[in-house]
Design a protein. Structure first.
Length: 525
């Protein structure tokens, strides 16, 4: 097995979309392409290397000998050092016993667990990824990363007399070099024509993106990791006995997850940015698709997108993934809903947990990713136990990215100033996205004047008692009374409110029936 390390840290090492896009393509190639190409070259010399799985950042092979396995690991490592300097990569091999029709499934699963364990040991023993890239004395600073500069990018606009020529490190130069390949892949995922390529190549200036908000979205499937840990049991339940059966189910299931992921991204993007795909001719050249998928692998998704439609895209993706996985034979022939979440019912698709960090354009993307990952963990915590998909989000106005600090800033454990996670299906123990939409609709209407909404926000931040007094004063003067701002749910320690989340959506998100964001902070309308 060959696997890349610290993918997110590598992708988000700089704060430029151009380089993040290229870095994500390098991670994909390190698992999907480079191992296969090197294996074919080695096989031409008499070796026997058979690919089992080739996916973004990970490759699994069966080799005829230890020597063949070591040749492959060495070849891919050398290629990564040259084509993706700074990308961590490790390879390991273990012995695999001869296939046995009776115990083959268990034998292959034991070997797979052993090679994962060996990889973990090597990761723990490896020096930091940057240890071999220490800067030289008297070297200029890389314009993007601050590391020692190595050269110039011939595709940089500065080369065309549009500014000062900028120095870049070797790692950044390679990331920028792989960007065109990444755009080709993303164009294929989104179903764009070759003539539309320029509409997705937004360059450094992010033309077509909202000037106020960006979002990093991280979404992960519920329980898929646990399925792989016990994959032999699922294969045996489906009737598999030999190593060949295990490999067939393993490949089919893994490739099905990749296929479903790409289809869900395609469908959710077309639904969220329908205006681009509906436009034709000159009208289409004046629009762009403000989204950059960075990780598309199995049940994992990480994207950077225009913050004004982030929640809409995430919600669409989760639902599209659930629908497509429910209809995929390779997935539904192995698992049922009771396998992920403990809910006994016919399999109706993989549920997911997603985190959405909405930040200012110059907010460090790596910190935004860490916030999105923490929000995804929040969305997967309790809803996962009930077999539910959920989303959690946070709008960062002040640059703070630590979720614990953001959620506990009131210093009071008796009430929470956020309502998430929000489930996508109605459930008595959780607030749903529909509940949040109802709260937003109330604020979007004429019932609550903008100034009054701001005063209500200040009251809510002081806790349930102050908020209730403010609500009663408002209701005494209004013909359309507000419902209680704080609520209690089963299993909730104290009370929570959706009001601040709804206000954040008002600040940053474009409603379904609007083409531009309506803000409550004096931003563009």
């Amino acid at each position: 097995m060959i696997e890349t390390l610290s993918n997110q840290a590598y992708i988000f090492a700089t704060n430029r979309l151009r380089e993040m896009t290229g870095a994500s393509e390098q991670v994909r190639l390190a698992g999907c392409v480079w191992p296969d190409e090197e294996a074919m070259r080695i096989n031409a010399g008499g070796a026997v290397l058979e690919p089992v799985l080739l996916t973004s950042g990970k490759a699994l092979f069966v080799a005829a000998s230890v020597a063949d396995a070591e040749k492959l690991v060495a070849a891919v490592s050398r290629r990564a050092l040259v084509e993706a300097p700074g990308l961590g990569l490790v390879g390991a091999h273990v012995a695999l016993v001869d296939d046995d029709p009776q115990t083959g499934v268990a034998d292959f699963h034991r070997a797979l667990k052993a090679v994962h364990l060996r990889l973990a040991q090597l990761r723990a023993a490896a020096p930091p990824d940057f240890a071999h890239l220490q800067r030289l004395p008297f070297a200029a600073d890389c314009h993007s990363s601050g590391a020692g500069a190595s050269g110039f990018d011939a595709n940089d606009p500065a080369w065309r007399g549009e500014g000062l020529v900028r120095d870049f490190s070797l790692s950044v130069l390679q990331k920028r070099a792989f960007r065109p390949s990444a755009l080709d892949q993303l164009r294929a995922v989104l179903g764009l024509k070759q003539t539309d390529q320029h509409q997705y190549d937004t360059g450094e200036d992010d033309e077509g993106w909202d000037e106020n908000w960006r979002a990093v979205i991280h979404i992960d499937g519920n329980g898929i990791g646990q399925i792989f840990l016990k994959f032999d049991e699922f294969v045996a339940r489906a009737g598999g006995k030999s190593q060949a059966d295990y490999r067939r189910y393993y490949v089919d299931f893994s490739e099905a997850l990749d296929q479903v992921n790409r289809q869900a991204v395609h469908d959710a993007t077309r639904e969220t940015w329908a205006g681009f795909f509906a436009a034709e001719g000159a009208a289409r050249t004046r629009t762009s698709i403000p989204i950059k998928p960075l990780v598309l692998a199995g049940d994992d998704l990480t994207v950077i997108c225009d913050g004004t439609r982030a929640i809409r895209f995430a919600r669409a993706f989760v639902e599209k993934f659930r629908q497509a996985s429910a209809e995929n034979k390779a997935i539904n022939q192995l698992i049922c809903d009771s396998d992920i979440g403990g809910v006994s019912r016919a399999f109706s698709g993989v549920r997911m947990g997603g985190g959405i960090a909405v930040v200012k354009p110059h907010h460090p993307f790596y910190r935004a990713y860490e916030l999105a990952a923490a929000l995804a963990d929040s969305a997967k915590s309790e809803p996962k136990k009930q077999g539910l998909s959920a989303l959690d989000f946070h709008v960062s106005y002040d640059g703070i990215s630590d979720l614990g600090q953001l959620r506990n800033h009131n210093g009071n454990q008796n009430f929470a100033l956020h309502g998430g996670p929000y489930v996508l299906e109605k459930h008595a123990a959780f607030r749903s996205m529909c509940d949040l939409e109802s709260c937003v609709a109330t604020l979007h209407g004429d019932a609550v004047p903008r100034g009054q909404a701001h005063r209500m926000r200040e009251a809510v931040m002081l806790g349930p008692d102050v908020a209730e007094a403010a609500r009663q004063r408002f209701n005494a003067r209004s013909s359309e009374p507000l419902a209680e701002l704080f609520y209690e749910l089963a299993g909730l320690n104290g009370r929570a409110t959706m009001f601040l989340d709804a206000m954040a959506i008002m600040d940053t998100q474009i409603p379904e029936n609007q083409s531009s964001p309506k803000t409550m902070q004096g931003g563009r309308s």
